[in-house]
Design a protein around this ligand. Sequence first.
Ligand code: XMP
Length: 217
Amino acid sequence: MPPRITPTRGISERVASGRGARVPLVTGTGGAPPEALRRELRSVLIPASRIRSRVGELGRRISADYAGRELVVVGLMNGTVVFLSDLIRQIRLPLSLEFLRATSYRDSTRPGLLTITRTPPVELGGRHVLVVDDILDTGRTLDTVLRRLRRLGPASLRTCVLLDKPERRERPAIADYVGFRIPDVFVVGYGLDLAGRHRNLPYVAIAIPPSGSGGRV
Ligand code: XMP
């Protein structure tokens, strides 16, 4: 059964997040995908212009919250690469960048076994660490990463995600900074992929499920 998405309403509501910040809730779509991608994409969910302005807002909030401190930003590869590179350029603080690789979706729209490789080579003890991920879904990835990083004794540990799908949460992982709340649909673009494709799209789009995925997107 395809997700219920109202075709014309766009990003129309704002709701409160766990930390008192207001997070845009995406309740409609941002229009039809380009002709060449209509067989793979159902619709554009969040247009590039809306992502740009929201990433600017997140950067300003993070800069204000950490004013006077130095940040270590830990990006979870590969999906976060586009969001991360835009976000750090909106943060007006001294920061360094580290990466972890977390993989749970292997060429499908269903989660597989979660593997995390590469511990950040820098010393995180006593540092202010901000973990950046593309999307918070079941919460397994962030929960696992946070447990691992907590053991390294950071002065503070927070999380920032571009997208939050609260309907599928299994673990209590909460993001401190959230770009957009979205319904339970499988999305691609702006770094997110389906079997390695579509990371380069400048917008977030709803993917058409590949045959054999049971239709869940
Ligand atoms: P969990 O369930 O651990 O998921 O919170 C986080 C990771 O799952 C991937 N993910 C997606 N990837 N479109 C994607 O391209 C999606 O709709 C989607 N939902 C979850 C993603 O790698 C994320 O870091």
